[in-house]
Design a protein around this ligand. Structure first.
Ligand SMILES: N[C@@H](CC(=O)O)C(=O)O
Ligand SMILES: NC(=O)OP(=O)(O)O
Length: 331
């Protein structure tokens, strides 16, 4: 493990992540990936601690990979799903969090459809003066920091498996394609990719590209490394990596697309469109995928181009690293 002076108590956003923190996560995740390749995949790091997965919105990979990550670190895990909880009887979100606090929870991993819920719970825990850490597992359209970090790890370990570091992306061209407007994954990735010195190209139909990005990103928008396009071609031209994003139908309040067929024709990633990119281009997608919409089905399953399965695998080691950093200070 690298020696660190990690001071962050909650992980809510990548907006203020430092190069030191990115590299600490990347290097520690690489160490955990080595642990996960052994026959005995467990370390005692968080023995006796309780990690509660409080998911107020659906998830497959984030919830399960936080659970297995916590178990590999020897923590005890609690899983909560809103639909089968006492929230159906009227209990509030904060009272739910306090209930888990009363059971001895040390780390709360929180996903909610509204932006700001993990932050509100973190504030309440701080106000109560308890040493509980909150990890944002996706809040509305705002951020999905662990996804941004696992995407970074997936690319960096491909370039240098032994020493993944954020600097490896400097000068690389990365295209983010699809429903940028509703995507918290896009927002977290934009922070990490800008911090890396990569050239970031966002491509989406005008209805799915937010107009307020420069305001949201503040100074970061002025690095000269962030570009937006209403067509896919300029984003794909000579790209090293393509991140395609799911159409977030559950967050769309208006009719924003003519048809899925037309969307696929214009913005779906296919072998033909990849010809515009560098020859060894790789494609990422955070999942879940609408096969044949954001990406053609055959391309999704082609290991020569698709990093989708390795993103899921990376998620376990990266989430172990995050739990390690916020959990090991309290033992
Ligand atoms: N699973 C990711 C991406 C998606 O759902 O499209 C998220 O929760 O943000
Ligand atoms: N990528 C991601 O967050 O997937 P889930 O919604 O399945 O957790």
């Amino acid at each position: 493990m690298p020696s660190t002076t990690w001071n962050r108590h909650h992980i809510l956003s990548l907006a203020d992540f430092t190069t030191f923190e990115y590299n600490a996560v990347l290097q520690t995740a690489a160490s955990f990936q080595e642990v996960l390749s052994r026959r005995t995949k467990k370390v005692p790091t968080l023995q006796g601690q309780v990690v509660a997965n409080l998911f107020f919105e659906s998830s497959t990979r984030t919830r399960s990979s936080f659970e297995i990550a916590a178990k590999r670190l020897s923590a005890d895990t609690l899983n909560f799903a809103a639909a089968t909880s006492s929230m159906t009887k009227g209990e509030t979100i904060l009272d739910t969090a306090k209930t888990y606090l009363a059971m001895g929870t040390d780390i709360m991993v929180i996903r909610h459809r509204e932006a700001g819920v993990p932050q509100a719970i973190a504030q309440e825990m701080d106000r109560l003066g308890v040493k509980v850490s909150v990890l944002n597992a996706g809040d509305g359209q705002h951020e999905h920091p662990s996804q941004g970090l696992l995407d970074l790890f997936t690319i960096c370990t491909l370039i240098d498996p032994a020493q993944p570091r954020i600097e490896l992306l400097q000068g690389k061209k990365i295209a983010l394609v699809g429903d940028i407007l509703h995507s918290r994954v896009a927002r977290s990735n934009i922070w990490s990719l800008i911090a890396s010195g990569a050239e970031v190209h966002l491509a989406a139909p005008p209805t799915l590209l937010p107009k307020f990005f420069s305001e949201y990103l503040g100074e970061a928008a002025n690095t000269g490394k962030l570009f937006t396009h209403w067509q896919i071609e300029p984003a794909l031209e000579n790209a090293d990596y393509v991140m395609t994003l799911r159409l977030q139908k559950e967050r769309m309040t208006a009719h924003l697309l003519p048809s899925l067929r037309e969307y696929h024709q214009l913005f779906g990633i296919t072998r033909a469109k990849l010809k515009l990119c560098k020859p060894n281009v790789k494609v990422l997608h955070p999942g879940p995928v609408n096969r044949g919409v954001e990406i053609s089905s055959d391309l999704m399953d082609d290991p020569e181009f698709s990093l989708i399965q390795s993103q899921v695998t990376s998620g376990v080691a990266v989430r172990m690293a995050l739990l390690y950093f916020i959990g090991s200070g309290r033992a």
